[in-house]
Write a protein that binds this ligand. Sequence first.
Ligand code: SAH
Length: 364
Amino acid sequence: MVHLAGPQIEDTDNRVILKDRLIQLIQSAGPIPVSAYMSQCLHDPKDGYYATRPGLGADFITAPEASQVFGELLGLWSAHEWIAMGSPSRLCLLEVGPGRGVLMADALRAARHAKGFMDAKQLYFTEASPAMRQVIRSHLNDHSPVFVSGVEQLYPGPVILLANEFLDCLPVRQFVKSKGAWHERVVGLNGAGALSFGLAADQAPELPATPLAAVEVQPGLDMMVDALKARVENGEPLRALFIDYGPANAAPDDTLRAYKAGEQIHPLAQPGRCDLTVDVDFGRLKRLALAAGLDVAGPVSQGAFLGAIGVQERLDALLKSEAEKSDEIFKGANKLVDPDQMGLRFKVICISSPGLPPPAGFGL
Ligand code: SAH
């Protein structure tokens, strides 16, 4: 996501409550892993960032919010992959972490040109935030969306899964090497009783050999791959497309960051009031998927992927049909592919059930 600079949101709603509750919890139960802290901050039903204050467009802007071209191309990609599956009469189209549902609205507008696609698709969303679910219901209700907890809850049938900027908010465990041994990084209290980072006294389990002094592990990646593996065991085709930021081939070390109104702030400063995010370890995701017997294409850069599936052609058509907004349209679409903006930093990976033809967009 591109974090927006802008006016600070007035903190008039006295949301210090989560910080106080975390301090109380740590006082009584001891320090908590960074993953538990991140999970509370994002999803606490009362004060969690996503649960209570949809920060999209205020604290950060994502690709579908930057340009309609993004969702439209993913819609065309989905229709293409549905055809590659043999145009099955029923398709589970699942978006995970849809936020306001902008990507899917654009995707469906483009995909309706593929004959039979709209009748075949049943729309599903996995969205943790009740506030976001409400927004989605308000503008995608005509498509009768079903909210599910994950891929394991879909009806039987072929699956296309889309997830943009979902993996980066899966809670992370951090390990730090201290005097030759790995220790888990935890959130505890300092002498003044304020939240502070520390290391668990106990040694952490042995981690794979790495020259790094710190490593991050998102257990949610393992859970996602497990769910995909279980789903394809019924023999039906599946494609899952994940777009996010992170290195293609290196383990992230300490990438936990907090953003509020475009400013980077300390991750412990305002629990629940700011976005928390980490870089996604695409290399690990790929290794996990391959080890589970799934096919993997990518990761490739977002710029390369969108280029391969026709970003230029779509942009040209749009500029022609909406000439009066050409400046805005160009700027938005350019943000997606420009190497200095989202083009290189964002990666795309496609995980599929075994035996499908290579997916579009990966130059295979
Ligand atoms: N895909 C959207 C929103 C990205 S923000 C876009 O590109 O604009 C991340 C979204 O994932 C938020 O809506 C958040 O509520 C949701 N989310 C985060 N963790 C989740 C989880 N474990 N399960 C379901 N949704 C989650």
